[in-house]
Design a protein around this ligand. Structure first.
Ligand SMILES: [Zn+2]
Length: 373
C-alpha cells in the first residue's frame, strides 16, 4: 500500500520530471521532510464566527455572553474545513504544519480578560481537535487569553493546559494586546516575566505575533504585523532578557519584519549603545520564512544564519493571491527556498531540524517515525 509519504515522494518526482526550466535540470533530490512552522486556522466553520459575534454583542451585558460549551462544531465540519490546508500541503510538498488559531481573530483588544479567556478556550480546543483528527498533518500552537492592561499572569493556566493536556508545542505571544496602540510595557519588561518563566518551565517557544489592528494608521497584515516584528527585535537588542532567560526561545514571524533588511542599522545601534553584538541574540531568537518574494527570501537567507531560520508560509493567511510575475502563490515560500541554491545541510536545517529543535518536536509521537531523526 502506498503511504502518504511515498505518495509525496512520487508526486515530487513527477513534478520535477514535468517541470520546465531550472527545476528539470537539477539533480533529483531525496524528499526532504518539511515542517511549516507558521500556519493559522483561517478556514473555520461559520459557527465559530457566530459564537464570536454573540460574544462581542454581549459585551455590554456579560450575563448574555455565550459559554464556550454552547459552541457546537462536529468532527466532520472540522475535517471539511481543513481540506484546503491539506490540499496545499500536498501540492507544495509540506508534510506537517505547526498550526494555531487565526492570528487576527485573537483580537485581544475586544472585551475583557474574561472575553479573551472564553474565546481562547474555544479557539485552542478547535486546534486540539484538528490535530487529533490529522496528527500527521498538524501540530498545535495556542493563542493566549491576553487582554490590554491585564498582567499576563492570567495566561499561565491556559499555557499549562495546552501543553500538558493538548500536547501543544508553543504559543503566539501578542506584544500589543491593544490592537495597534501599544499601551502595555515592552516585551522585555518584567511585566511579561511570568509568561517567560512558564515557557521555560514547559520548554516551549513563543512566536511574537500581534493580532488585528484597530488603529487606522496601521494596516493589520501589511503594517502592524511587520512593525511589531521589527519592534520586538529592537526591544531584544536593548535588553538583557535572554540573560535572565537563557533557554527562552522566541520566533519572530514574517521573516523578522524589517530586521534582515536593516541588519546594519541594528548592528550599528547595538554598537553605539554598548550592547552585545547581535549574534548573541541568535542563541534565543529565530526567524521564519514568511517573506513573499524571491529577493526577500534570498536576503533573509544571506543575512540570518541557517541555524536561526525556520520554514514558514503562513498559509492560508495574510496574502492569498497569485503573483502575476511568477504565476505562483505569494505564500508558496517553499518554492522560493527551493530556488535559493541552499546546500543540502542548510535546506535540512530550515525545512526540518531547526523546527524539531526549537519546538522540541521529539515530544510529538506522530513525528517520531517521520522524516530524518
Ligand atoms: Zn501568522
Amino acid at each position: 500500500m502506498l503511504t502518504r509519504r511515498d505518495w509525496i515522494i512520487g508526486s515530487s518526482a513527477l513534478a520535477l520530471a514535468s517541470a520546465g526550466g531550472a527545476l528539470a535540470q537539477e539533480a533529483p533530490r531525496t524528499k526532504q521532510f518539511v515542517i511549516d512552522c507558521h500556519g493559522h486556522y483561517t478556514t473555520e466553520p461559520s459557527e465559530l464566527g457566530v459564537y464570536r459575534k454573540a460574544q462581542i454583542e454581549a459585551l455590554s451585558d456579560p450575563a448574555k455572553s455565550p459559554p464556550p460549551s454552547s459552541l457546537k462544531i462536529s468532527d466532520d465540519q472540522l475535517r471539511d474545513s481543513v481540506q484546503i490546508q491539506l490540499r496545499l500541503q500536498r501540492e507544495r510538498g509540506t508534510d506537517v504544519t505547526i498550526f494555531s488559531p487565526r492570528a487576527a481573530g485573537m483580537s485581544h483588544h475586544s472585551g475583557t480578560a474574561e472575553t479573551s479567556r472564553d474565546w481562547t478556550l474555544v479557539c485552542n480546543e478547535l486546534i486540539h481537535r484538528i490535530c487529533g483528527l490529522f496528527p500527521q498533518n498538524f501540530i498545535g500552537v495556542g493563542q493566549l487569553p491576553q487582554s490590554p492592561g491585564v498582567r499576563p499572569d492570567n495566561c499561565l493556566a491556559e499555557m499549562e493546559r495546552c501543553v500538558k493536556s493538548y500536547g501543544f508545542v508553543g504559543f503566539n505571544l501578542n506584544p500589543d494586546p491593544s490592537g495597534g496602540y501599544w499601551r502595555d510595557p515592552p516585551l522585555t519588561d518584567r511585566w511579561w516575566y511570568p509568561v517567560y518563566e512558564k515557557l521555560v518551565e514547559l520548554d516551549v517557544p513563543a512566536m511574537v505575533h500581534v493580532s488585528a489592528s484597530v488603529n487606522p494608521n496601521f494596516h493589520g497584515t501589511g503594517a502592524h504585523y511587520i512593525a511589531a516584528d521589527t519592534t520586538a527585535f529592537m526591544q531584544f537588542v536593548t535588553s538583557d532578557l535572554f540573560k535572565d532567560f537563557p533557554t527562552l526561545r522566541m520566533i519572530i514571524g514574517h521573516g523578522g519584519g524589517a530586521v534582515p533588511f536593516h541588519w546594519g542599522r541594528y548592528r550599528g545601534l547595538a554598537q553605539d549603545m554598548k550592547r552585545p553584538p547581535l549574534e548573541e541574540l541568535l542563541h534565543n531568537v529565530y526567524f521564519d520564512t514568511c517573506v513573499y518574494h524571491q529577493a526577500g527570501i534570498d536576503l533573509l537567507l544571506k543575512i540570518i544564519p541557517a541555524d536561526n531560520i525556520l520554514f514558514g508560509s503562513e498559509m492560508v493567511g495574510a496574502v492569498r493571491g497569485i503573483d502575476p510575475m511568477t504565476g505562483h502563490s505569494y505564500d508558496d515560500t517553499k518554492r522560493m527556498i527551493d530556488a535559493a541554491g541552499l546546500s543540502e545541510e542548510d535546506r535540512r536545517k530550515i525545512f526540518e531540524t531547526n523546527a524539531r529543535k526549537v519546538y522540541r518536536l521529539d515530544r510529538v509521537a506522530a513525528l517520531n517515525s517521520a522524516g530524518r531523526q
